[in-house]
Design a protein around this ligand. Structure first.
Ligand SMILES: *[C@@H]1O[C@H](CO)[C@@H](O)[C@H](O)[C@H]1NC(C)=O
Ligand SMILES: *[C@@H]1O[C@H](CO)[C@@H](O)[C@H](O)[C@H]1NC(C)=O
Ligand SMILES: *[C@@H]1O[C@H](CO)[C@@H](O)[C@H](O)[C@H]1NC(C)=O
Ligand SMILES: *[C@@H]1O[C@H](CO)[C@@H](O)[C@H](O)[C@H]1NC(C)=O
Ligand SMILES: *[C@@H]1O[C@H](CO)[C@@H](O)[C@H](O)[C@H]1NC(C)=O
Length: 452
């Protein structure tokens, strides 16, 4: 119990560390605010895809003035902003105002987005069931923003206290035909339902979704990507050889349990996120996530269900446990890279941070592995020389005995976390610390402290 509450305390610490991510202010950038100020527009918020949206609404005249801007990096690109009179904010059914930037000119027109557009049919200008005045598309005077400016008069078809807004940024166009936007997660996030009168967002806010995705990433990178491998390193190198750390089992189980807990929280969040953005499922990431969760759960059950050391198939069980563990690390890192590629477009911070983490873990394991082998050969030779010495000098063993003592193997009961949980297995784990062929390429078992 004590161990469990310690775990939750740790999880709590980590989560409270993450809470600042939940802060909720997204005012527009300085330069975009200058543009809105010129037009007397007061409401302004940052949106996904680097877009910013300013609006002014009068619920008496039902006039909605909008200024929608985003940067277009390439020679060619387009911006779209529209309203959907349907039940939910989505691409199909949107009445869109689209501004297209071509090499030497800009175009702007109205487009009716249908399900054929989604299927890949050409999108051509058409009439839309929306009263639009003073529609223009141009680059701001003092900014890099390209901006759609228009005044709409909302018919009764549009509910001003729950208005479905959809926007998009694309990077290719053929004359007045915008070409399909990139299929990045942010391009699927670009829609929301807002209350024009109070300026509140009624749908799940895309910023919130984005934050939740980051939290999902952090939880899974920490849990599955860091703590689980760390626990495996502890089990492999600190059990008895090359280092004999008395509390290794406690540490191993702590790492795995905390890692599993964080990873599972992240996984649940991930599944929820997958369902929340139903237009953008990422099947590979999702499937790998489910596989990882299933098999890490199996590995965790292994703590309780593993066969006794005396059982014949214990050696096969060990092989299975280790093989599954190493395969899982491979799948986990692939899936983390996949997740990072979904999450971020231009910013490579996450990718490099995770590569750094992988290198750190890999380097640690590699150094410990090299050290294991050096120590192994050293002990082999020491045994040989010691036997020689024993023949000559019967006194020499005293000095050796003080540095390495196999008699002082501590009892696992000294680990508080195990006292109440899995005594029989822990005991058996301790008996099993003699290095087997599975770790080192020798048939014989090594007795550390052979001279004492
Ligand atoms: C406009 O909104 C205000 C609240 O902001 C409300 O008091 C008023 O009745 C609304 N007018 C109409 C015509 O809906
Ligand atoms: C753009 O303008 C330049 C010179 O003004 C011209 O050489 C070029 O062909 C134009 N490009 C297009 C696509 O019209
Ligand atoms: C626009 O498309 C919708 C179907 O998505 C259709 O019902 C509507 O009549 C179209 N509007 C015009 C003006 O063509
Ligand atoms: C369109 O612009 C003109 C001139 O700037 C202005 O007089 C007119 O009121 C605007 N129309 C609407 C619907 O805002
Ligand atoms: C407009 O939306 C609000 C909030 O969803 C709802 O309470 C109201 O009944 C809707 N009005 C109409 C005319 O549909």
């Amino acid at each position: 119990m004590m161990f469990a509450s310690y775990q939750y305390f740790q999880a709590f610490l980590i989560l409270s560390f993450l809470l600042p991510i939940f802060s909720n202010a997204h005012p527009c950038s300085e330069s975009f605010q200058q543009e809105t100020a010129k037009k007397g527009i007061v409401n302004c918020k940052k949106k996904t895809l680097g877009a910013e949206f300013g609006w002014k609404y009068s619920n008496y005249t039902r006039k909605l003035e909008i200024l929608f801007g985003a940067k277009i990096d390439g020679e060619v690109g387009w911006l779209a902003w529209g309203l959907n009179p349907g039940k939910e904010p989505q691409m199909v059914g949107t009445r869109a105002l689209i501004g297209i930037k071509l090499e030497n000119s800009t175009l702007s027109d109205k487009y009716n987005i249908t399900r054929y557009t989604k299927l890949g049919c050409q999108l051509l200008p058409s009439e839309i069931d929306l009263e639009v005045h003073n529609f223009s598309f141009s680059q701001g005077e003092a900014t890099e923003f390209y901006m759609i400016h228009a005044t709409l008069v909302l018919s009764s078809e549009y509910n001003d206290s729950s208005l479905n807004i959809v926007w998009q940024v694309g990077n290719a166009a053929d004359g007045n035909r915008p070409i399909t936007h990139p299929m990045n997660i942010h391009n699927f996030d670009s829609k929301e339902t807002i209350d024009l009168i109070y300026g509140t967002v009624l749908s799940v806010e895309t910023h919130k979704l984005h934050r939740l995705r980051k939290i999902h990433g952090i939880l899974n990178i920490m849990g599955w990507g860091t703590l689980l491998p760390l626990g495996a390193i502890i089990a492999r190198y600190f059990k008895k050889f090359p280092f004999q750390y008395p509390n290794w089992f406690c540490l191993h189980v702590s790492c795995q349990s905390l890692g599993y807990t964080l990873g599972t929280c992240g996984w649940i969040l991930g599944m929820w996120l997958g369902n929340a953005s139903n237009h953008s499922t990422f099947p590979t990431h999702r499937t790998l996530g489910i596989i990882i969760f299933t098999f890490t759960t199996l590995q965790m059950l292994a703590l309780r269900l593993k066969p006794l050391r005396s059982d014949d198939y214990r050696v096969y069980w060990n092989m299975y446990h280790h093989f599954l563990g190493y395969s899982l690390f491979a799948i986990i890192s692939v899936n983390i890279f996949l997740g990072i590629s979904i999450l971020s477009t231009r910013d490579h911070t996450w990718k490099w941070a995770y590569i750094g983490l992988l290198c750190l873990l890999g380097l640690t394991a590699l150094l410990l592995e090299i050290f294991t082998w050096i120590k192994f050969w050293y002990i082999k030779n020491k045994e040989f020389f010691a036997k020689l010495l024993l023949l000559c000098l019967s006194n020499s063993n005293q000095a050796q005995g003080s540095t390495s003592g196999s008699k002082t193997v501590p009892q696992p009961d000294s680990c508080p976390c195990l006292a109440s949980t899995s005594q029989p297995n822990a005991d058996d784990e301790y008996e099993n610390v003699v290095i087997k062929a599975e770790v080192l390429p020798v048939e014989s078992e090594i007795e550390v402290g052979i001279l004492s």
